[in-house]
Design a protein around this ligand. Structure first.
Ligand code: IMP
Length: 265
């Protein structure tokens, strides 16, 4: 698998004395986000940190280049009390071949590739897709590559509608599925999965979201996921739910980790 590591920024490589680094992080942090950090920590929601643990906000790198997804992810993870950065913002550029046969495998492939280029950060990645029951679960894990990666979604959506011509409502069932993988600084790996059930519509509706959202109709909401606001979508979506489960896993993991830290100190 060709994996190209980007240069870590000079800033991150520069050797600094521990106390000096810790003070610098504390100051940088306070300058940056005092309110978010204090609220998260007071409510016991914040994630700690293993290195300079009491001083620095935990950083989470999310392994995606998709701006639409990154927007949703930042919103969903906002209450973690961690700094959420994209691969690009972390200065990491890797070529990743998603050759797994499940969402979990692909999410782990992405998270591991980025974790190999990152130190001391939690790396998260997701893999998701649309499964249309009357098409035998297509496009599934190939959702991004369906009809070619660069084909506009207006064309992909029109094609799916066309393939379902004559298929009645009750057999237009579909779901968005999402797996989230985490690679922790100690090398531990976690995965979570969730789905949202819906139906393929007869035409595109809504301006929000991305990808297949305009044709994914959620009967209970009487709207497509493209007709939901970002907040509304995050509450019900496959990604929102899988990330909520992952947030709990990360919090559990951090508290186990900090108990260990206290005992061995
Ligand atoms: P991934 O980036 O490899 O996980 O590809 C996921 C693909 O599945 C996206 O590029 C979309 O085609 C589709 N997809 C996943 N989640 C959503 C969503 O929330 N809305 C619309 N399309 C989605």
């Amino acid at each position: 698998m060709p994996v190209k590591k980007a240069k870590a920024s000079e800033e991150r490589r520069r050797p600094v004395k521990k106390a000096e680094a810790s003070e610098e992080r504390r100051c940088r942090w306070r300058r940056k986000r005092p309110v978010e950090r204090e609220v998260a920590c007071e409510e016991g929601r914040g994630l700690g940190n293993t290195e300079g643990r009491e001083d620095r906000m935990r950083r989470i790198i999310f392994a995606t280049g998709n701006a639409g997804k990154m927007k949703e992810i930042r919103m969903i993870l906002a209450d973690l009390g961690a700094e959420i950065v994209s691969m690009k913002e972390a200065g990491i550029s890797v070529d990743i071949e998603e050759n797994g046969s499940t969402y979990e495998e692909n999410a782990l492939i992405k998270a591991r590739a980025v974790a190999a280029a990152a130190t001391g950060d939690i790396v998260l990645a997701d893999d998701s897709g649309l499964e249309v029951d009357s098409l035998g679960g297509e496009p599934g894990v190939y959702s991004a590559r369906y009809m070619g990666e660069d084909t506009p979604y207006s064309v992909k959506n029109a094609n799916l509608i066309e393939r379902l011509q004559g298929v009645p409502d009750e057999r237009r069932t579909a779901r968005f599925v999402c797996a989230i993988a985490a690679v922790l600084p100690g090398g531990q790996e976690l995965t979570t999965r969730a789905a949202i059930e819906g139906r393929i519509g007869y035409e595109e509706k809504g301006e929000g979201g991305f990808g297949y959202d305009p044709i994914f109709y959620v009967p209970e909401l009487r709207k497509t996921t493209a007709e939901l606001t970002g907040e509304e979508k995050n509450l019900v979506s496959h990604r929102g739910k899988a990330l909520e489960i992952m947030k709990e896993e990360l919090r559990k993991n951090e508290s186990v980790d900090s108990q260990r830290y206290t005992q061995t100190k």
